[in-house]
Write a protein that binds this ligand. Structure first.
Ligand code: KG4
Ligand code: ZN
Length: 340
C-alpha cells in the first residue's frame, strides 16, 4: 500500500523548524533551529525573528528532506503553522509551504499552531477524542475540550499572563535568562516549594479561568528585597503555578465528565508541558479522577515541525486542505466562540 508523507513547517515564534511524518506515525525527520538572537533581549523580538526565519527556512527544509531520504515529489501534502503567532515569522513559513505546494502540485494545509500542540500526543499514542486539554505555552494558557480535528470548546483561559510567560518573567527577574521555563525548573529541583508563601490566583473560585500576573508581582516584591534564595524561590513559584493549574483543572474535569461521559484522557500540551513537576502533578490528578494522562514526548512540547506535520497528516487524512489564497492569521482562536 502507498505510504503518505506530510512535511510540516513551524515559524510562528523563535523556532524555525521542519519535519516529515508518514501516515503510520513514523517521524522521518525533525529539524529545529532555536534562534539564538533573542537571548540578549530576554524575550523574542518579532522583527529579528522574522528576518532570522527567512534566512534559515530553506536550509532547514532541505535538511529535513535529506534526513528523511525523500524528495519533494514523494510528499502527499505540505503544512505550515499559519497562526496564531508573530505575523512576520508566520508569513515566512506559510509562503514557503505555499511555494512547495504550488511547484510540486500537492495540497497546502494551513495549521492552527495551537491545534498542532494539541494533537501531538496522538503522534505517539492512540489518544481518542474527546479529551480534556490543558494547553500551556509561552503565548497561551487555556483549558479546552477537544472533540476532534478542528473541534474545540474552550472552558477557560488566562485573564492576564500565560504560565510560560510567568516562568519567563520570573527567570528574567532573577537573572536566569531566556527561555525561563527550563531554567526555573532546574533551580526548583534543588529548592523547597514551601519556603515562600506565594498567592495561588483563582484557586477556590468557580470556573476554569486562570491568572498569573498577581503571582508574578508577588515574586517581584521578594526579588526587589535583594534577600532571597534562588532555588527556594523557583521551587515556591513553580509549586504555586502547579497548584493553580491543577485546581482549575479539577473544575474542568467535572465539566468534562458531565459533557463527555465517554471521554477517557487528559492531555497537557504546549511548551510548559515539558515541565516534569507539572506532568507528574497532572498525572496524579488524572488518576484520582479515573482518567488517563497523555503528553507529548519532552522534545515535542516546545515548538517543533513534527507537531505541524502530524496535524497536517490528520487534516490530510480527512481531505481537509486550504487554498493558496489562505491568509496567515496572527489571531486564530481554537474555539470560534472566543476571541483568543
Ligand atoms: O510552545 P512554546 O515553545 O511556544 C509558544 O507557542 O509559546 O512554549 C514556550 C514556553 C516558554 O514560555 C518556556 O519558558 C516554556 O514554554 N517552557 C517551560 C519549560 N520548557 C519550556 N516552562 C516550564 N518548564 C519547562 N520545563
Ligand atoms: Zn507553541
Amino acid at each position: 500500500m502507498c505510504i503518505m508523507y506530510v512535511l510540516g513547517i513551524e515559524s510562528s515564534c523563535d523556532e524555525t523548524a521542519c519535519a516529515i511524518v508518514d501516515d503510520k506515525k513514523n517521524l522521518l525527520s525533525s529539524v529545529v533551529w532555536t534562534q539564538p538572537e533573542h537571548t540578549e533581549f530576554g524575550g523574542v523580538v518579532p522583527e529579528i525573528a522574522a528576518r532570522a526565519h527567512l534566512e534559515k527556512i530553506q536550509s532547514i527544509v532541505k535538511t529535513a528532506l535529506d534526513q528523511s531520504k525523500l524528495n519533494f515529489s514523494d510528499l502527499s501534502a505540505v503544512a505550515a503553522s499559519a497562526g496564531p503567532g508573530l505575523i512576520g515569522g508566520v508569513i515566512v513559513g506559510v509562503m514557503t509551504a505555499k511555494a512547495i505546494a504550488s511547484v510540486h502540485n500537492i495540497p497546502f494545509i494551513a495549521i492552527n499552531h495551537l491545534e498542532a500542540h494539541s494533537l501531538t500526543p496522538r503522534l505517539e499514542k492512540d489518544v481518542p477524542f474527546p479529551y480534556l486539554l490543558l494547553l500551556t505555552s509561552g503565548g497561551h494558557c487555556q483549558i479546552l475540550i477537544c472533540y476532534g480535528i478542528g473541534k474545540f470548546k474552550r472552558l477557560g483561559a488566562t485573564i492576564d499572563d500565560s504560565a510560560g510567560e510567568a516562568f519567563d518573567k520570573v527567570a528574567k527577574m532573577i537573572g536566569l535568562g531566556y527561555p525561563g521555563g527550563p531554567k526555573v525548573e532546574k533551580e526548583a529541583k534543588e529548592g523547597n516549594p514551601k519556603a515562600y508563601d506565594l498567592p495561588r490566583p483563582m484557586v477556590g473560585k468557580p470556573g476554569c479561568d486562570l491568572s498569573f500576573s498577581g503571582l508574578k508581582t508577588a515574586v517581584r516584591r521578594i526579588v526587589e528585597t535583594g534577600d532571597y534564595n534562588t532555588q527556594d524561590l523557583c521551587a515556591s513559584f513553580q509549586q504555586a503555578v502547579l497548584d493553580s493549574l491543577c485546581s482549575r483543572l479539577k473544575n474542568a474535569i467535572k465539566i468534562f465528565k458531565k459533557e463527555c461521559p465517554n471521554g477517557t484522557n487528559i492531555v497537557v500540551a504546549g511548551g510548559v508541558a515539558a515541565n516534569q513537576a507539572l506532568r507528574s502533578a497532572i498525572e496524579n490528578l488524572a488518576s484520582r479522577y479515573g482518567l488517563k494522562f497523555s503528553a507529548p514526548p519532552l522534545k515535542l512540547c516546545t515548538d517543533n515541525g513534527a507537531m505541524v506535520a502530524w496535524a497536517g497528516m490528520e487534516h490530510h487524512l480527512l481531505g481537509d486542505y486550504n487554498s493558496l489564497d489562505f491568509q496567515p492569521r496572527p489571531r486564530w482562536p481554537l474555539d470560534p466562540n472566543t476571541n483568543r
